[in-house]
Write a protein that binds this ligand. Structure first.
Ligand code: HEM
Length: 260
C-alpha cells in the first residue's frame, strides 16, 4: 500500500475530462469544483446516516460531535463558491454549450441530501437521468428523514411528539408544529447540554441557506437572467428556495425568548 493506490489516485485524476473544443482553459476548474462538491455530498450523506443512529439511541455527545463535523464541511462548501466565481461570464460562455442540458439540478446526491434532511420534493424524482437514480430517490422519499429521528431523540428528553406527526406520511416535507416548539423551548431553558446540539443544528441550517444564497448569486453573476442548462428559469427558479429550512421548529421559537 502506498499513498497513490490507497487513494486510487490514478483513477481519480483521470476523471476530469473537459468536453470543449477548442479546449476552454476554465472548464477544468468547473469540473473539479463540481466533482469536489459531489465528494463532500457523499461524506455528508455518510455523516447523516450516523446522525440518524445517534438520535435513535439518544447519543447526545456523538450527535453533537457529528453535527460539528457536518457544519464544518458545509462551511467548506460555502467557501468553495469563491473558486468557481473566478470564472467570468465570457469564460463560462466559451464552454457552456458543451454542458448541453447537464445541470447541478440533476445531482442525485444533492437531492438525496435534501430528502434525507426532510425536504421531500417528489416532483424532482422524474428529473433524474436514469431509472436507478429515480428508484434511489423514490426509496429515500418514503424513508424517515433525519428530522423524524430527531423526534425520537426529543422523546428521550421528555418532549411529547403528537401522534399526527409520528404517523405522518414520510414522503411529505417536514412541518413545523407548536407542540415540538413548546418542547424545544423547555429544553433550551432547562437542558444546556442539549442546547449545544440544537444550536449546531441551526448552524447547519443557516449554512445551507448561505450555500443557496451564494450559489444563486454565482448563477446571477455568471449567466444573469439567462435560463439554466437544466431548463429552469435560472435565477428566478433558484430564488424560490432561498429561505428553505430543514429544522423549522428551531427557527420558529427564536422570538419566544423575547416575549416572556
Ligand atoms: C458557473 C457556475 C454555476 C452556474 C451558472 C449555476 C447555475 C445554476 C442554475 C441556473 C440552476 C437552476 C437549474 C437549471 O436550470 O440548470 C442550478 C441548479 C443547481 N446547481 Fe448550479 N450553477 C453553477 C455551479 C454549481 C455548483 C458548483 C454546484 C455544486 C454542486 C451546483 C449545484 C446546483 C444544484 C444542486 C442545483 C439544484 C438546486 C435547486 O434545484 O434548488 N451548481 N445551477
Amino acid at each position: 500500500m502506498n499513498y497513490s493506490n490507497y487513494l486510487n489516485l490514478d483513477e481519480l485524476l483521470s476523471l476530469q475530462v473537459p468536453q470543449s473544443n477548442p479546449p476552454a482553459h476554465s472548464e477544468t476548474l468547473f469540473i473539479i469544483v463540481h466533482q469536489t462538491y459531489e465528494l463532500w455530498f457523499k461524506q455528508l450523506l455518510h455523516e447523516f446516516e450516523k446522525i440518524k443512529i445517534d438520535f435513535y439511541h439518544n447519543n447526545l455527545s456523538e450527535a453533537i460531535h457529528t453535527f460539528k463535523r457536518v457544519c464544518t464541511i458545509l462551511k467548506v462548501l460555502v467557501g468553495q463558491v469563491d473558486t468557481i466565481e473566478t470564472i467570468t461570464p465570457k469564460e463560462f460562455a466559451s464552454f457552456r454549450s458543451s454542458l448541453k442540458t447537464a445541470s447541478g439540478f440533476q445531482s442525485l446526491q444533492y437531492w438525496k441530501l435534501e430528502f434525507v434532511l426532510g425536504n421531500k420534493r417528489s416532483e424532482i424524482i422524474k428529473c433524474q437521468k436514469d431509472t436507478s437514480s429515480q428508484q434511489q430517490l423514490e426509496q429515500l422519499l418514503h424513508e424517515p428523514s433525519v428530522y423524524s429521528y430527531f423526534y425520537d431523540f426529543l422523546e428521550f428528553w421528555g418532549v411529547v411528539i403528537p401522534k399526527e406527526l409520528r404517523d405522518r406520511d414520510h414522503s411529505l416535507p417536514t412541518l413545523p408544529h407548536p407542540a415540538v416548539q413548546d418542547g424545544l423551548l423547555k429544553l433550551y431553558l432547562e437542558a444546556d447540554n442539549v442546547t449545544i446540539l440544537l444550536e449546531l443544528m441551526l448552524d447547519f441550517d443557516f449554512s445551507f441557506q448561505q450555500w443557496r444564497y451564494r450559489h444563486l448569486k454565482l448563477a446571477e453573476r455568471t449567466i444573469g437572467n439567462a435560463p439554466g442548462t437544466g431548463k429552469t428559469t435560472g435565477v428566478p427558479y433558484l430564488m424560490q428556495s432561498i429561505n428553505n429550512t430543514f429544522f423549522p421548529d428551531l427557527l420558529a421559537i427564536r422570538s419566544r425568548f423575547h416575549s416572556r
